[in-house]
Design a protein around this ligand. Structure first.
Ligand code: FAD
Length: 453
């Protein structure tokens, strides 16, 4: 495949974590304001760790409910520089797991028809209240089994009042120029799907939270915690301690490590590397919908007169800014040659990002099973752009109102009982990759729609 590959530059190394300290085994809780004043420089009711889509959306959700003082910590110099900056930005309503599909519909609706405060923030940042470009999507399948899975998602959507349309291979090929209809068995058209602006989303959430009194601290790394009577009472950072009532782990690929450092549970969330490429200009691309062959694992969507494409590769990795490996182009070329035998995708740019999720592919939201006051807003996998406003709403609900039936499929506690072979399997660094943290073990792809974009 012709074209050049641009590799991302490596990230600044984060400061090493120092872990947690149990300061008292006696029963206790957050200190009173008077007690805090004598021995603490800083206090927040809520310390959110992680300034990606998840953490900033939680900050927005907590401040719009006037829940208390919020401090958000981000280890990088800017917000939203990891998965939040590396994704395909697709808003997709149809997801296989019904509970995740509900959050996808809620999240997509919030972006398509934003509440007044969010619309106002988008207008200030983008000059328009609408941050999503609706281009529609076709989720396609190559086999009868794949079509049955798509029909089930379609039925779930219909029950929720979301109109979709079943398309024949010929109808799909009419909407996607160059697609070989014989390679597709059918697909679902969803006219409400589209392309979001994750950077504007993060800026909008941070702007709204900041205007409501939240403090955003960049270049600040959460290193550990103080635990008092089984409850987290302070977060240690490279810039001092913050006494707190609640800590929210929105650490993305670092969420598991962060929880351990904070004294919380060691839950099997795993980051997986995926590559994305952008083609050279293609005259017809601007009229394309999102097209995604769920079974082969290939998607394409319009991107400013080009196409953004991915072969949906999935390689287990460790938290870092992952290097791009030009070998992904072989898989991309093989799949695109099957689906688009007469179209040449010249690649102009590519990068890689980490999608982080547990083995069941579901989000990890709500209270940590080990430590009171620690909550998870992590494991958003390949769905965080679409769902972050909904997952953040659910996390805020669980902190302020207690657990609900809606939270059950996502509770962190479900992961305690399921150590997997993949977690205990030894991993060997690949000589091909310079990054010392790289884990090369390839894993099979999840079921369609579970692990996301
Ligand atoms: C290739 C790819 C394609 C994708 N495509 C789509 C798509 O089309 N549609 C969709 O809906 N979703 C998509 N996603 C998923 C989406 O990007 C993620 O779900 C979302 O960005 C996750 O956000 P996050 O805030 O959880 O993680 P991140 O954006 O990674 O943010 C976590 C933050 O926590 C910070 N942090 C970690 N530890 C600490 C610490 N100790 N102290 C301070 N800060 C810390 C990190 O620096 C980081 O900024 C895609 C993802 C990838 C990688």
């Amino acid at each position: 495949m012709p074209g050049t590959i641009e590799l991302d530059s490596p990230a600044r190394p984060a400061a090493p974590a120092t872990g947690f300290t149990v300061v008292s085994s006696a029963a206790g809780g957050p200190k009173t304001a008077e007690e805090r004043g004598t021995d603490r420089m800083d206090y927040a009711d809520f310390v959110i760790v992680g300034g990606g889509l998840s953490g900033t959306a939680v900050a927005w959700q907590l401040t719009r409910r006037a829940a208390g003082r919020v401090i958000l910590l981000e280890q990088e110099l800017s917000l939203g520089t990891h998965a939040t900056a590396q994704n395909a930005a697709m808003i997709r309503h149809l997801v296989e797991h019904p509970a995740m599909a509900r959050l996808a519909r809620e999240g997509a609706t919030t972006l398509l028809d934003p509440p007044a405060d969010l619309a106002g923030a988008f207008e200030a940042i983008l000059g328009t209240r609408h941050s999503v470009r609706r281009c529609g999507s076709i989720l396609a399948a190559a086999s009868d089994a794949g079509c049955r899975s798509l029909r089930a998602m379609q039925a779930d959507a219909r029950e929720a009042g979301l109109p979709t349309e079943w398309l024949s291979p010929a109808a799909i090929a009419r909407r996607v120029p160059g697609l070989e209809p014989q390679e597709i068995a059918g697909g679902v058209w969803c006219d409400r799907d589209g392309i979001a602006d994750p950077d504007a989303m993060v800026q909008a959430f941070a702007r709204l939270a900041g205007a409501a009194g939240a403090e955003i601290r960049r270049d600040t790394t959460a290193l550990g915690a103080e635990i008092n009577g089984g409850r987290i009472t302070a977060v240690k950072t490279n810039r001092g301690d913050i006494a707190c009532g609640v800590v929210i782990d929105a650490g993305g690929a670092w969420a598991r490590r962060l929880s351990r450092d904070l004294g919380g549970s060691d839950l099997p969330l795993r980051p997986f590397r995926r590559h994305i490429a952008v083609t050279a200009p293609l005259p017809a691309a601007s009229g394309w919908p999102i097209i995604w062959d769920l079974e082969r694992g290939f998607y394409a969507r319009p991107e400013s007169g080009r196409l953004l494409i991915s072969a949906c590769d999935e390689t287990r990795w460790t938290p870092c800014r992952p290097p791009s490996d030009p070998e992904f182009l072989f898989d991309l070329g093989r799949k695109s040659a099957i689906l688009f035998p007469h179209v040449e995708f010249a690649i102009a740019q590519s990068w890689a990002g980490l999608r982080t999720f547990p083995a069941d592919g579901r989000f990890v939201l709500g209270p940590d099973p080990a430590i009171a006051g620690l909550y998870w807003a992590a494991g958003l996998g390949g769905h965080g752009v679409t769902t972050c406003t909904a997952t953040a709403r659910l996390v805020a609900d669980s902190i302020l109102d207690g657990p609900s039936a809606e939270l059950l499929p996502f509770l962190p506690a479900r992961l305690l009982a399921v150590p997997t072979a993949a977690d205990s399997a030894p991993t060997t660094p690949s000589p091909r990759h310079a990054a010392p943290s790289a884990l090369p073990a390839s894993t099979p792809r999840g079921a369609p729609g579970v692990t996301g974009e």
